[in-house]
Design a protein around this ligand. Structure first.
Ligand code: ZN
Length: 350
């Protein structure tokens, strides 16, 4: 299927890994900005010991978060029910569904499980948009619709809007790249600040593809631990170094220079989580066809926001529907083998 295997260009680099401190056998890679397609180059270091890929020097990132970047986040994270009918029946069903997803779904045994599976088909359209990672874990996440939920790196608030849609009420987001604090009419609070300055206690903390954007990931993990109630979960979704990185090297679409400052192996990130006081309860993989078509476009010098990109122009891109479907199949196979290029970490505060 892939004859495009590219070994990343590399040379030795004289810099210590910011995660483990190692200075030996580190390699340097030159990576281009290809989301917008400015093609500026950035130096990244790959640690010879812990494997972490990290930007050499953090540039002034503000100009790399234009509105289009956040609308991209909206598309990627948000399959919300904005398309679904806004009526009381739908709202009632969504709230009951959220209650099921929170509790009975896993804990009340076979009867409700069968009942819900039967019900899921007719109400499927109405419950579209409930975050998959809150359903697909076998863990009891210990939340209800009254839970206080924090989204770290909330951006435009897509994830919180999705949760609000299902009747969750105590929703807070933090993001230092927001223009200002925003309190929406529906009660969602979006705070322009670092998590380090935040106070309070939360029942669930989410970081949806945001930790890779922070210059101090370990400090952020510790802040999450501080803000979480004991026995509760932080759920962290992010790209991980796996097969797509080995296959595409510096053209791997989820490297996303210069916005992604750190990219971890699953092993190293799990160790950092444990060092921050968490128990790693579960890891799942939710990579998609994006890793293949996005990276192949970068190999062909086509930025994500280009007119020829499958992202902006799916019908006009060079990929056929069959190719995209086969990429999706391949992503599912990789996920099943724990080799997908993005993972979901379920971290419990002991
Ligand atoms: Zn290291």
């Amino acid at each position: 299927m892939f004859n495009l295997i590219v070994q990343p260009e590399s040379s030795d680099v004289d810099m210590n890994c910011r995660i483990c401190g190692n200075s030996e056998n580190n390699r340097e890679h030159t990576v281009r900005e290809m989301f917008f397609g400015t093609r500026e180059t950035f130096r990244y270091l790959e640690c010879g010991v812990c494997g972490t890929l990290q930007i050499h020097a953090v540039p002034d990132l503000r100009r790399y978060y234009r509105p289009k970047y956040y609308s991209f986040q909206l598309v990627r994270n948000d399959k919300t029910g904005k398309r679904s009918v806004r009526n009381y029946a739908a709202r009632f069903i969504r709230r009951r569904a959220a209650d099921w997803f929170c509790r009975s779904w896993k804990t009340t045994g076979h009867l409700s499980d069968i009942f819900f599976r039967l019900l899921l088909k007719p109400i499927g359209r109405v419950v579209v948009g409930y975050p998959d990672y809150l359903i697909q874990s076998s863990l009891d996440l210990g939340i209800t619709r009254q839970s206080a939920i924090l989204d770290v790196g909330a951006g435009a608030g897509a994830t919180l809007e999705a949760l609000r849609h299902f009747g969750f009420r105590r929703l807070t987001g933090v993001d230092p790249f927001l223009e200002r604090d925003i309190v929406r009419e529906n009660g969602i609070r979006l705070l322009k600040q670092s998590i380090d300055d935040l106070e309070g206690q939360f029942d669930l903390i989410l970081a949806n593809h945001s930790l890779e954007h922070t210059s101090e990931p370990v400090q952020t993990l510790k802040a999450m631990h501080r803000l979480l109630k004991p026995g509760h979960y932080a759920i962290i979704r992010m790209p991980v170094l796996s097969r797509a990185w080995r296959l595409f090297g510096v053209n791997w679409v989820q490297l996303d220079a210069p916005r992604h400052l750190f990219l971890f192996t699953v092993t190293t990130f799990s160790r950092l989580a444990r060092d921050s006081g968490f128990e790693v309860k579960e890891i799942s993989y939710d990579s998609t066809a994006f890793q293949f078509w996005g990276s192949q476009q970068y190999l062909r010098d086509i930025p994500l926001m280009d007119d020829r990109s499958h992202f902006t122009n799916p019908r006009g891109s060079s990929f056929t529907r069959e190719e995209i479907a086969s990429f999706e199949d391949e992503a599912n196979r990789l996920n099943a083998r724990a080799e997908g290029d993005q993972a979901v970490f379920y971290l419990c505060k002991k």
